[in-house]
Structures are given as structure tokens and as C-alpha cells.
Design a protein around this ligand. Sequence first.
Ligand code: A3P
Length: 304
Amino acid sequence: MEVKESIFRRQLVDVHGVPLFWSIAEEWAQVETFQARPDDLLIATYPKSGTTWISEIVDMIYNDGNVEQCKRDAIFNRVPFMELIIPGMSNGVEQLDMMPSPRLVKTHLPVQLLPESFEKSNCKTIYVARNAKDVAVSYYHFYQMAKMHPEPGTWAEFLEKFVEGKVAFGSWYDHVKGWWEKRRNLPLLYLFYEDMKEDPRRELQRVLQFLEKEVTEEIVQRILHHTSFQEMQKNPTSNYKMISTAEMDHSVSPFMRKGISGDWKNHFTVAQNERFDEDYAEKMKSSTLAFRMEIPEANMPEKT
Ligand code: A3P
């Protein structure tokens, strides 16, 4: 127990200008030399942007909509987190090395830190981006429950760190912009969480097309149902409840928290919002990327 306690709540460590968990920094050589394979599918995201959601969708596609097959193991074993190395707990590089092809690979790395074998292998990548305000709120709650992160402090303190990029995996702004540019030289599908909320069927069709998969209408319906927030929230193989409480404490804040767009309005003060918007405009002005901070109610799919 003493050993495990010393693993958690440690300061982040700088890796080529990006703050990462201390244990990833220590084992960086392993991550850097990770061997991608041409038939890998890389799922890249900034944390809290819908990684688990898209992972479940893709695993369902790979398994022809077979729900039982997708319940074979927890999401973090079906789609290993490549750079996550925690001594005695997990090693994404080793896990993936032992995995038969075709592999689904998860990463939160900003594009400039991606191991070079990915570009060489030319494997497909799906990137999911979510608006910065909802990510900040979701990340604040996640910092509280997932103990590999340093203590988040108050919401105001955390928001400051988020804006400055002093959180795990660095600046949201650089992350979304960096991967956006990368779509020019990688076979990359760039998705938005807000689009997935607005029209899950449309976005699923885009994923199917990108993966060159044809499935029946019945399978489409099964995938949409199985990957809805309500289903994933109660599914132990997708809600992260199979992870040790020492690592993630769902009683502090559940991993499947709200799953909505626009929750930031319940957390940002008017002053915080104004400052955030001003800084946002400056940081994002060089990019053609456009995010929606909420989805109009009228655009939301009917609840079934
Ligand atoms: P909230 O904390 O806002 O609820 P990631 O998987 O990248 O860590 O992202 C987690 C966020 O995605 C959480 O956001 C979680 O609730 C949300 N999420 C997970 N599955 C979802 C789904 N099927 N539909 C909508 N949101 C989902």
C-alpha cells in the first residue's frame, strides 16, 4: 500500500515541453520507440474529449456489432493507452506489443510527441476534439477522481492551469491545432464531440466510411444503442469501474459524469468566461478550427 501511495498525486514532469505523468517521463524512451503497425487504428484525443466513446464505437465496428464480444474485457484492455506507464500497474507499450493485429491504439499525446513509427506505418487515425470549456470542466472533475494527476486545487486554480497548458498532456489549444494540421499528411478523420452528440448516426456513418466498412442497418442501430451515454454509463467494461479504486475513485466523481455539451455554463463565472474568451480568441486566431460551445436543444436527437 505504501508503495502505491507514493505513485499518486505527484507533480507532472516536462517531456519536450509537455507536462506528463512522472512515470511516463521516466520511461519516455520506451514510448518514443513504440512500433506502430500499418493495420493499427490510432485513436488520438486530448483528455476528456470523448476517447472512451469513440473507442467503444470503433470496437463495436471491428466486432460487427457483437455486444457480447465487446464485453470481453474492459475498454482500457481492448484499446490500450499506449503511453500510459505506471510501475506495477500498467504499461501500454508492452500491452500493445503483445496484442495481435489489428490493434486499436489510444493516445493523448500532442502530435509533435507521437512516436515516429506511426507516420512511417501510415496507419489510420481518428482524432476527436471537444470544445475547450467543457473539456476544462470535465478535466477538473477527472483530476479529482483519477489519482495519477496532481491535486487540482480549486476550480479557479485549475482553470488557470488549463489555460496555461500546465495540465497533463499540455495545452488543449496546441493539441487540437497540431492534430488539425496533421490531417494533411496522415490518413486522419477529425471528429468533434459536439457533432457526435448532435447526430450520432451521421458521425458513425463517417467513421464507417473512413474505415471502409459496410454494415447493415440493424448493426448501425445496435452500435448506436450500445454506445449511448446511458448504456456506456452502466456497462462495467466501458465505465472504468473495473479499474482499482486506488487509481480512480468514482465516489469522488464518476468517470461517466454527465456526457453533455454546455455543462461549462454551470461552472464558469461571468468574469472567468470573459477572460477565457479573450485569451481563446488570441490563441486560436491562427487556426481555421471552429468549435461549438453548446448544441441548440432543437438540434439534439430525440431521446429513445
Ligand atoms: P463529462 O465529464 O463531461 O461527463 P474521455 O473518454 O476522453 O476521458 O472523455 C470522458 C468524457 O466523455 C466524460 O465527459 C464522459 O461522460 C463523456 N462520455 C463518455 N461516453 C460518452 C457517450 N457515450 N456519450 C457522450 N459522452 C460520453
